[in-house]
Write a new protein. Structure first.
Length: 74
């Protein structure tokens, strides 16, 4: 996404925790980076916190949907 003065990249990966079917699960690996022109200090901190909060919220919803789909297909 590119907006005036804002460049950001968010990557999320799900990596299988074990090949053992008796121990299902995965690791969630997130990498986030951004550059905001002119958003420093207190204002930049508030905006970054809000953006990260929205990202985490959307990711939680997406993971819950994936979990529900996988459990429904078992």
């Amino acid at each position: 996404m590119t907006l005036a003065g804002f460049d950001g990249l968010d990557l999320s990966f799900c990596v299988r925790g074990s090949d053992d079917p008796k121990q299902p699960g995965f690791y969630l690996i997130m990498a986030m980076g951004s550059e905001q022109a002119g958003l420093t200090g207190a204002k930049g901190s508030v905006i970054r916190k809000a953006a990260v909060g929205r990202l985490v919220s959307h990711l939680q919803k997406a993971l819950a949907a994936i979990k529900n789909t996988l459990e429904a297909n078992q």
